[in-house]
Design a protein around this ligand. Structure first.
Ligand code: ADP
Ligand code: MG
Length: 331
């Protein structure tokens, strides 16, 4: 399937299912093109992306189309990042598999993270059948809250990381899905969660799980970042002033900074503005001309969310113009 021509920057949209408390009567504001699997219409505007996933798409279909090709790139030594963004409640955490339930998640609901780990572990096992080379897998879990990064697996998860040391983070070995569950549980119990009047559980922070692939010689081959961004809804819809308003600003800052970094890389600038946001500082080693970047824009089908949906799609459209060309580099 992957013939090496995968675009370095890809943008996909996923429509969330109807939220039951808002009723099912109204039709979705999102219309999908019956022919192409990558176009949609919202409010009489056409949008074209790499993939446009309807609310009926399964977790497996989304993973196979969007993320599995990245795993190939990872094992060729490219840095990979998959990032979900959009309004709160549109399925970002569900899609990325950043959820920790008391009950084990049913296979059909497994998100990107556990599927990705399964693929990576399968590859490592297959590799080890043929060669004596020992590949190790570890993962880190970082939260960004109000422009500060927290190492959720460290012994002091409430202390902000020193910006200059954002690249050294606590890693746990990952050899099984149980290891991943333990990591997510430990990290999630440490996450800052702020209530807003949008959603009592609304998380106002970004979460980044990074899977590191290590070679036998102790060098890192590459890493895969799975990023679950904080809700992108405008500050006018949250109930707090002060800190919460500041958070709202910072949430958009991270996404805009990624755009700016990728544009500077593509233009070959000598100075890349990584330090503009803590998100780009944390992702610095993964945002290079050797990187693959995938955006998943999560949108709501409800008419009352139209403004947010349009702003999510606008960002997706701007991300679609980003270019990187890792194939031309000498590996
Ligand atoms: P977000 O992280 O964007 O705030 P969540 O991932 O927490 O949103 O999703 C909100 C709720 O909707 C959760 O209960 C989640 O399980 C459910 N949900 C979201 N997308 C889907 C989907 N495609 N299929 C089934 N349930 C979904
Ligand atoms: Mg979430």
């Amino acid at each position: 399937m992957d013939n090496g021509k995968l675009s370095a920057v890809r943008v996909a949209v996923r429509e969330a299912p109807f939220r039951s408390f808002l009723g099912r009567q109204e039709p979705s504001i999102v219309q999908f093109s019956p022919q192409a699997g990558n176009s949609l219409v919202v409010d009489q505007n056409d949008y074209h992306f790499d993939h446009a996933f309807r609310s009926s798409v399964s977790q497996e279909q989304l993973y196979d189309a969007l993320i599995q090709p990245l795993v190939d790139k990872l094992f060729c030594g490219f840095q990979c990042t998959a990032m979900a963004y959009g309004q709160t409640g549109t399925g970002k955490s569900y899609s990325m598999g950043m959820v920790t339930d008391k009950e084990p998640t049913k296979e059909e609901h497994l998100g990107v993270l556990p599927r990705c780990l399964r693929d990576i572990l399968d590859r490592v096992a297959a590799q080890q059948e043929n060669t004596a080379e020992l590949t190790r897998i570890t993962a880190s879990f970082i939260e960004i809250y109000n422009e500060k990064a927290f190492d959720l697996l460290s012994t002091s998860p409430m202390d902000p990381m020193v910006t200059s040391r954002c690249q050294s983070r606590t890693c746990m070995p990952l050899a099984s899905q149980q290891d991943l569950q333990r990591l997510l549980q430990l990290g999630t119990s440490n996450r800052h969660v702020r209530r807003t009047n949008m959603n009592a559980k609304s998380s106002r922070s970004h979460a980044i799980v990074t899977i590191h692939v290590w070679q036998e010689d102790g060098k890192e081959l590459a890493r895969m970042n799975i990023v679950d961004l904080a809700g992108s809804e405008g500050v006018r819809r949250t109930g707090h002033e002060g800190v919460a308003r500041q958070e709202g600003v910072n949430i958009n800052l991270g996404l805009l900074s990624i755009n700016k970094v990728v544009m500077a890389l593509a233009a070959g600038h000598a100075v890349i503005p990584y330090r503009d946001s803590i998100l780009t500082t944390v992702l610095q080693e993964s945002l290079t001309s050797q990187s693959y970047l995938t955006f998943l824009a999560c949108i709501s089908p409800h008419g009352c969310d139209l403004t947010e949906t349009i702003s999510t799609l606008r960002f997706a459209k701007s991300a679609k113009r980003l270019r990187l060309n890792p194939q031309q580099m000498n590996m």
